[in-house]
Design a protein around this ligand. Structure first.
Ligand code: SAM
Length: 358
């Protein structure tokens, strides 16, 4: 049977496919701009020749000219009479040390792209690509993705999401970050709240070594290698937080149960996880969803499946998150948009379900 094709739709879709490939390549150009300091060198918006921009950044003019060709064709730089400039609105999205610098995120494509072959093999053979295959590079990439958010928003915007937390931190309480990675979140909090005690846990010895290095000299923070599902503490915590650290675990249900048990009776759990629905149909049209499912396939899903794990995937979504929190003994979580991070949502939930009316 021959299927009659709508030639216009074929043409439109072919255009979309070429657009994908073009944008994919341009993502590497953004990554190069971030790594080499080219965006920062152009951040003041001046009109520069390729030679002038290359000199500012201390780079080879020939490479910079080719890079400018790509970014100018794509509308990221403007071009006139042999000079290039980065509009202020574009600089606002591609420069700076804060969370608004989206150029940082391009590293993820470069990093995860290195594992396409192994992940494609796993489609055929089952299992997955273990976390160890992504390290140590993953630790640094994740650190640079989240560092700006913690510097800018953790104390000012995340802490107030938990009623009374600021006062408790000032007076002195115990807080843990599970799946802490490079540990920067706790370093920020330990500096701000010297009367409180902070403990970071991660399954990766390499990430914990990085965290310990940054925390040197801070007496109120320590880091331990620990599988979250096996977390057991002598002294319970007043607050436990996880940032993007539940959905990629081998045993996320076990981790949530262990977190519940490690909290004081009046303790609170703050869970930041990708903002998605558990139902694919709700995610269609969400501009971040294609990104989330792709990151999942290339990292979050595969690292869990590599351990024979649950394989929740990055877009496990709010409905399943609420069910799993409830199964672990928690009450009704309050959902917030994640400050400084449009791809995440924050769930705040008390250990005791009554406290939340749940
Ligand atoms: C996506 S990264 C997030 C790191 C950090 N929270 C951040 O925001 O930068 C997830 C982290 O969870 C850790 N992790 C994965 N499985 C774990 C487990 N079973 N127990 C503890 N940590 C785990 C990984 O090693 C990784 O550092």
């Amino acid at each position: 049977m021959t299927i009659a094709l709508d030639e216009q739709r074929v043409e439109e879709f072919a255009g979309r496919v070429f657009g994908l490939y073009s944008d994919g390549m341009l993502t590497f150009m953004v990554d190069i701009g971030y790594r080499t300091g080219l965006f920062e060198a152009a951040a003041d918006g001046s009109s520069l020749t390729s030679g002038e921009l290359a000199a500012r950044a201390g780079l080879s003019e020939r490479y910079v000219r080719e890079w400018l060709g790509a970014l100018t064709s794509a509308g990221i730089f403007t071009y006139s009479d042999g000079t290039y400039s980065l509009p202020a609105e574009h600089a606002a999205c591609l420069t700076g040390a804060g969370a608004e610098n989206l150029a940082v995120l391009a590293q993820l494509t470069t990093h995860l792209g290195k594992h396409v072959h192994e992940v494609a093999d796993a489609f055929r053979t089952g299992g997955g690509v273990p976390y160890s295959a992504f390290r140590p590079e993953f630790t640094g990439v994740m650190d640079s993705l989240s560092r700006g958010i913690y510097d800018q928003h953790l104390v000012s915007s995340y802490v107030p999401l938990v009623p009374g937390l600021r006062e408790r931190l000032v007076a002195g309480c115990r807080l843990a970050d599970v799946g802490c990675g490079s540990g920067h979140a706790l370093v920020v909090l330990a500096r701000e709240f010297p009367a409180s005690v902070f403990v970071g846990y991660d399954i990766s010895a390499e990430a914990i070594a990085v965290a310990r290095e940054e925390a040197l000299g801070l007496p109120n923070v320590r880091f331990e290698v620990c599988d979250a599902a096996a977390l057991a503490v002598d002294t319970p915590f007043d607050l436990i937080m996880t940032f993007d650290a539940i959905h990629d675990q081998a045993d996320p249900a076990g981790a949530l149960r262990a977190i519940h048990s490690a909290l004081a009776p009046d303790g609170t759990y703050l869970m930041a996880e990708p903002a998605a629905s558990s139902n694919l149909e709700d995610n269609i049209g969400n501009p971040m969803a294609g990104f989330l499912y792709s990151v999942s396939t290339l990292h979050c899903l595969t690292v869990s499946l590599a351990e024979g794990g649950a394989g929740l995937g990055t877009a496990w979504g709010e409905q399943l998150a609420r069910t799993m929190l409830s199964d672990a003994g928690f009450g009704q979580a309050v959902r917030h948009d994640a400050p400084g991070d449009p791809s995440n949502a924050v769930f705040v939930v008390s250990r005791e379900s009554k406290a939340n009316g749940g």
